[in-house]
Structure formats: C-alpha cells, structure tokens
Design a protein around this ligand. Sequence first.
Ligand code: TXA
Ligand code: MG
Length: 296
Amino acid sequence: MLRRGGLAAFPTETVYGLGADATDADAVAAVFAAKGRPADNPLIVHVARAEDTAALADVPPLARALFEAFAPGPLTLVLPSRGVLPAAVTAGLDTVAVRVPALALARELIGAAGVPVVAPSANRSGRPSPTTWEAVRDDLGGRIDAVLVGPPTVVGIESTVVDATGSVPVVLRPGSVTLSDLRRVAPGAREAEDRLDDAARSPGTRHRHYAPRTPVNILWGPHPPPRGAAYIGLERPPGVYALVLSCRTVEEYAHGLYDFFRRADAAGVTRIDAQPVREVGLGRALMDRLRRASEG
Ligand code: TXA
Ligand code: MG
C-alpha cells in the first residue's frame, strides 16, 4: 500500500504515525490533506536503520554519536538535507528530520516498504496525537487507506526533536530522550533558547498542538473544580471530579495523557484540570505538552 502511494497509519513507541512514501510527492501531499496540516510544518522521515539516514542527509560526527546512543528510539535528528526528497516533506527547509522508531513492528513495515516513510502523528491537525489504533480511526477513518493495528504506544508523547546541524545538540521539542540523556553523549546539549529561535527552526512548534476540545487548566494553585470537570495528575484529586486519572509516576502520566484528553472530550466534561509536575527529565516534555494544550 505504501509503495503504491497509499496512506497507512502504524504504531511506534511514541505515538501512532500516518505513513506514506517519502519519495512520492503525491503521497506526501495526501498526508497534508488527510491531516489538514499547514504546508509550512515539515514531516519526520522514518527509516528502518540508522545507516539509511546517509542517503537523505549529511550525518556529521555529532549526529552519528547521537544515533549510536539513541537509535532505534524516540529521538528525531534535524540534519542538513541532501535535497533528494520532495520539497513538501521539509516544507522547503534545507534540513530534514530523521528518526528510527524503536518498535520492531514499525521498523519491519518501513523495511518491507523499502522506501523512507514520512510519518507525522496520525491525528487531525491540532488534535492530541493518537496512542491507540482506535484513536487513529476516530480522527482519520475514511480519510486514509489503512491502520496497522498494534499495541497502545509505550511512551505516549512524541519523540525528542534535536537540531544536530551545529556543534552541540539543540532540543527543539522535548521528549523522553531527555537533556541529561543527551548530555551523556554531548555535554554541551541545550534547549532552544527563545521562542523565536525555536519557531524558526521547528515550524511545528508555532502551531497550537496536542489540544483536546475541552479547555485544559494547569492547576498552579488550589482552584475548586467546576461541576463535571476531569482531573489528571500524580496525586489524589483536590475535589470532586467526574473523571479522574491519578498516576503513580511521571511516565504513567505521559503515557496516559492523550488518551485521557480524548476520553474527556468523549465524556463531555466541562474542563480538564491537570496537575503540574517538576520540569526535569520526562517532566519537562510533559509540561511542554500541558502548556501547549492549555494555551488559549
Ligand atoms: O514521535 C514522533 O516524532 C511521531 C511518530 C509518529 O514518529 N511523529 C511526530 O510527527 O510527532 P509530527 O509531524 O507530529 O511532529 C514533527 C515535528 C514538528 O514539530 C515539526 O515542525 C518538526 O518535527 N520538524 C520536522 N522537520 C523539521 C525540520 N527540518 N526542522 C525542524 N523541525 C522539524
Ligand atoms: Mg503531530
């Protein structure tokens, strides 16, 4: 199906992706259309083996070291593009984002297709990323050709996106490969400094993202919940809620977040109260997603 230019969603360890042949300009255009994705937001190219990156991008020593440490895994590297893919893949940028997913089923699919596979999260643009095949069907059923049915995703939030074009890695989107993980390989690793810098390099971070239809409220202080609200957090809810997910760990919180958003939408709750967590390790990525979901 992928080789024929079709759209096939598939699981990865982070979230489900919407796959298409990265070398086929029509298939890539169909991905943007199915998601309702703005054309200025580039796609991640997925490959079965880190070695396959060299056909698509220059791989400086820093990038090689990062992939040696973290591929296959939830790390996406932004690299100087060799310009071999249709311009729509990279939204006209001179860089290309590449990732080797950890889930064996995903790598087997890409390997069998025999082509690099673009895979944005398999949600309608602006909706939370799907962590189950049912969520893909709810968002994109009737708009794509297939969903490869697999397990719920393990991590639950999207990969860490790192700019590896310079002398130190710069985190454009935090994820489960954390800053301290990166610093074990490259001590100078840092986060993108300001929003402007960040926005210029990772166009996707400009757009509102990861948002349920229900308003999301980060519980910075004690706010009594309105009637019929939902709560997600690490502790017991501080009041009476219609829907509750209390998580034991930050990993469990990140794992359950998007599915909880979708359940809250389906239940028609009035508001989602989300407890903040410490901004270290995976907590940094979780807070990034909560902030984006609560914007506006
Ligand atoms: O975990 C993931 O990364 C999932 C799974 C399916 O692999 N995919 C995913 O794709 O989250 P998407 O399209 O939802 O997010 C891709 C992010 C966007 O923020 C986009 O702007 C950024 O990667 N990106 C892609 N190409 C880029 C480039 N050349 N330079 C900077 N940022 C780029
Ligand atoms: Mg996405």
